[in-house]
Design a protein around this ligand. Structure first.
Ligand code: PAF
Length: 276
């Protein structure tokens, strides 16, 4: 496995490759990321993983400075997982000048997580397009835990005619149901015990919708109130169309329950796709 830090090295190394599968990450890798690498392995002879904590996608009061950075452990895990190339650029390498040209994501980027994190998906789409231009993959793999991100990046690839197949990897969970996330490291022991409740609450949302409760707004509000009473600060609980991420039309059957809520200083997100 080669660890490359400069764009020139990366371009030289990848020039001879014919098929590349790419897993963009911000590092602090867990089994969820390694699952994405495994999927990538099935799709191309060369697997590239990037590790880059992208300042463009963090708001001013967010955790850019404290975001966990563990490059050595990450590279050891990637070596075992069978990655061929790790690209670990500095901020200066990725943004030698202020980034003034940005990818404007679709309007859905202002809803759900985007409503609480203005500009977040613009920053994600911009860095991912830059990384795509550097790595030139045929396939890119993203986790379904960040379902809205996956949705927006699929739309970007489609609407900008990128010759890249975007694949969604299933969410990997701890044994108590908590979705794996680098931000789980922020949870104190009491919060860690409480954290799987978000997943359980979403399972109840799915059960209520599937048992014929048609008033989705009422299900969302009840679930938000339930979590709030238990000390969570809820950003949203939402039932949406899995195909548009908009509130579902009455005929839609492929749905998704999504939630984002904070426990102390840790913001957790999760979702469950389901059918009616
Ligand atoms: O999901 C992430 O880790 C990041 O948003 C991504 C896609 C690597 C872009 O910085």
């Amino acid at each position: 496995m080669e660890i490359l830090r400069s764009i020139t090295e990366l371009r030289n190394r990848l020039a001879r490759e014919t098929g590349i599968a790419f897993v963009p990450t911000m590092g602090n890798l867990h089994d969820g990321h390694l699952q994405l690498v495994k999927i990538a392995r099935e799709h191309a002879s060369c697997v590239v993983v990037s590790i880059f904590v992208n300042p463009l996608q963090f708001g001013v009061n967010e955790d850019l400075a404290s975001y966990p950075r563990t490059p050595e452990q990450d590279c050891a895990k990637l070596e075992t997982a069978g990655a061929d190339v790790v690209f670990m650029p500095t901020v200066e390498e990725m943004y030698p000048a202020p980034q003034q040209i940005m990818v404007e994501p679709p309007p859905i980027a202002d809803q759900l997580c985007g409503a609480m994190r203005p500009g977040h998906f613009r920053g994600v789409a911009t860095v991912v397009l830059k990384l795509f231009n550097l790595v030139r993959p045929t396939v890119a793999v993203f986790g379904k835990k960040d379902f809205q991100q996956l949705f927006i990046l699929r739309a970007m690839a489609q609407q900008l005619n990128l010759p890249i197949t975007i694949i969604g990897g299933e969410t990997v969970r701890e044994s108590d149901g908590l979705a794996m996330s680098s931000r789980n490291a922020y949870l104190n022991p009491a919060e860690r015990l409480e954290a799987p409740r978000l997943h359980r609450a979403l399972l109840q949302v799915v059960q209520a919708a599937q048992s014929g409760q048609h008033d989705f707004a009422a299900i969302e509000t009840q679930t938000e109130q339930y979590l709030t009473q238990l000390g969570w600060i809820v950003d949203y609980i939402a039932i949406r169309s899995a195909n548009t991420l908009l509130p579902p039309e009455s005929h839609e059957r492929e749905l998704i329950a999504l939630g984002a809520a904070r426990l102390g200083k840790t913001r957790l997100i999760d979702n469950i796709e389901f059918a009616l």
